[in-house]
Design a binder for this molecule. Structure first.
Ligand code: 6PG
Length: 231
């Protein structure tokens, strides 16, 4: 648990750790894989990452989740990454595996799963092992697009799925719990006073993954690193 007085300090620390893990992956395997979340906090992370001399050609970038909107929509997580990270560092387009939010949700999910399977050269039934998965935390305890009362909290074999998010009034495509748990590293970046209650409940409250899906990751017996600012 790394706590900071501000969101930007938490983002800077998270960026440093994320890039350290990715450099290690490149040193070990010649390439690295990263899945990033969306929302607003990742913008702070991207603004830190772009200042590094990381060999971006050795990275393949994926998305933890995506809103089912076109890539130029201001709700698009891909657009957030493109504007604050990909365009800034000249990230190779061929190394970005985005969710085609412009497609009907089920089609977008199917194509994303197929693209992940191809990129990781997965056997049938296999799960991708990301070097780093960067997660956020919603004020309601969601992470990725695994929301309270959602249907995928207990799944451990799927790669990604389209989910209807009632409170957001839209569909999203999200990586599923098995993928988040299989990653070599999970970094939560959490910022904002509005996350305080959720963070306390997720970390120290009774385990109730249906009510607090972030506990699927945070309370499992796997390693998770938290970068928390201004909470
Ligand atoms: C999304 C994210 C989502 C996010 C949390 C926290 O698509 O919105 O993937 O799970 O991580 O909602 O969002 P903030 O970090 O912007 O508060």
């Amino acid at each position: 648990m790394h706590e900071y007085p501000s969101a930007s300090e938490a983002a800077a620390a998270c960026s440093g750790r994320l890039l350290e893990l990715l450099r290690h992956a490149v040193a070990q395997r010649g390439t690295a894989t990263l899945a990033v979340s969306g929302g607003s906090t990742p913008m702070l992370l991207f603004q830190e990452m772009v200042n590094s001399d990381f060999p971006w050609d050795n990275l393949r970038l994926f998305f933890v989740d995506e809103r089912c909107v076109p890539p130029d929509d201001d709700q698009s997580n891909y657009r957030l990454a493109r504007e604050h990270f990909l365009k800034v560092v000249g990230f190779p387009d061929s190394h970005v595996v985005r969710v085609k939010g412009e497609l009907p949700p089920e089609n977008g999910a199917k194509e994303y799963v197929a693209a992940i399977r191809e990129s990781f050269e997965l056997a049938v039934g296999g799960l991708p092992i990301f070097d780093v998965v960067q997660l956020g935390l919603g004020p309601d305890g969601h992470t990725a697009s695994l929301f309270p009362g959602g249907e995928w909290g207990g799944d451990r074999t799927g790669i990604a799925a389209a989910v209807w998010v009632e409170k957001m009034g839209n569909y999203r495509v999200t990586l599923l719990p098995g993928v988040l748990l299989a990653a070599r590293a999970r970094l939560f970046l959490v910022a904002g006073e509005d996350k305080k209650a959720a963070l306390e409940a997720v970390l120290h409250g009774p385990v109730n993954v249906d009510e607090y899906p972030a506990q699927i990751v945070a309370r499992d017996d796997i390693e998770v690193e938290w970068f928390v600012g201004q909470v």
